[in-house]
Design a protein around this ligand. Sequence first.
Ligand SMILES: Cc1ncc(COP(=O)(O)O)c(C=O)c1O
Length: 488
Amino acid sequence: MSDNIYTRVTFFSGENVPLEMHKARMVQRVNLISATERLDVLTRTGNNTFLLPNREVFLDMLTDSGVNAMSENQYAAMLLADDSYAGSETFYRLEKVLQGFFGTKYYLPAHQGRACENILASAYVSAKTPNVITNYHFTTTKAHIMLRGGTVHETVADSALATESDVPFKGDYDMGKFDALVKKLGAGSIAFVRVEAGTNLIGGQPVSLASMREVSAYCRKNNLTLVFDASLLADNLFFLKTRERECLDRDLASIVREIGSLMDVVYFSGRKLGCARGGGICTSNEAAYRKMRDLVPLYEGFLTYGGMSVREMEAMAVGIQETLDIHNISQTPLFVEAFGLELQSLGVPVVTPFGGLGCHVDASRFIPHVPQEQYPSAALCSAIYLVGGVRGMERGTLSESRNPDGSEHLSNMELVRLAVPKRVFTHSQIKFAADRIGWLHKHRDLVGGLEFEEEPATLRFFLGRLKPVGDWQRRLVDAFLKDMPSGL
Ligand SMILES: Cc1ncc(COP(=O)(O)O)c(C=O)c1O
């Protein structure tokens, strides 16, 4: 069996199809309600796709977090879990897997990615060291740093923010920007330097191994702590294997171990990496381990479970090992590519090159008439739900926090993320989503903006409630019903 085909098979007809290298043996029923019903639901739930009940969603493309399909081996491992508060065998099994995977010595368990960020920010961010440098911020990372009075500085190249591009590794550090920042801020004021795999907010864009090496060498030379967010490592690994020449013939295990050796601290959301629900922090640096260790029982739980169910820990241990299977990690990127190509063929503007995590629709090119102050990405998310029952996630100005003076912090990008969790959707469901978004694009002039009805002070995108500016949603549904009288 060849690994090199990455399951991208060309049909005799010439069509390229992302072939599934798995079969479904357990399924969940989904509902497709009508556009009229969807308008009622959206109004009731404050135009926030986080607040939609799953029973009223057809394709849940909100996120890949905790919703990737698990393998039969993961389910089987759950039965063997050792449930004890302290000293559980499950912990030692997971610790051993992580030691082998990243080549690191210590593992601190935490219940999910943001819990690791809380611990990291508590341990490293202070009045003396308020600055964190990163390729690009992630919402929860930034919130934890800001909560402690810190500031996040970004170093991706300006070209990484162009939604249409052929730059293969948009998550790379711009070393000129990085060096200038370190000089400006002073190395002594930097809490840590962060590299995020599969850079989430710019469209699931990967970081190259070459860039990680450069950043690591710079940090070692300047005595800076380098932290790696490995939550989206699986997708990033696929792109290293397919886009970075020296990785083409390297085995995945050796690439991951090299990455581990370049970093001082690695943390991850096990809701993403390992396709389960959990997380943790890995390091070989004893001082870093000691700095964070005592915070685990305080915030998470005892050191051998860290707030996780032991069943999830067993599933995560198996899932992390399965990250080294190219057929496992190729599934999301290949489906994202198929989704993106389908949308492009319908004229829909999407982020290129296609990344991991999901297909990212560019709201600023889709509905340029909606000003950023009226949250175009959120408005497009609502419109996509109205016409297809598809739940996407706003990744634009609404996902930002306001400036300290209360003014809007306008996002660099206005995106709608349509996540493609691993092995969850069929190809025809992807085609359905693309078809409905294609219809919406033809009727894009009907889409208007949103305004807040209720705005939480932190991470407002999770629980905020909005309403349409004017009656565009009613008019959009009327137009949809003309073309699709069943409303489906
Ligand atoms: C890159 C990245 N880091 C951190 C997190 C936070 O992880 P969690 O949702 O498990 O708290 C996420 C989650 O989406 C993520 O994508």
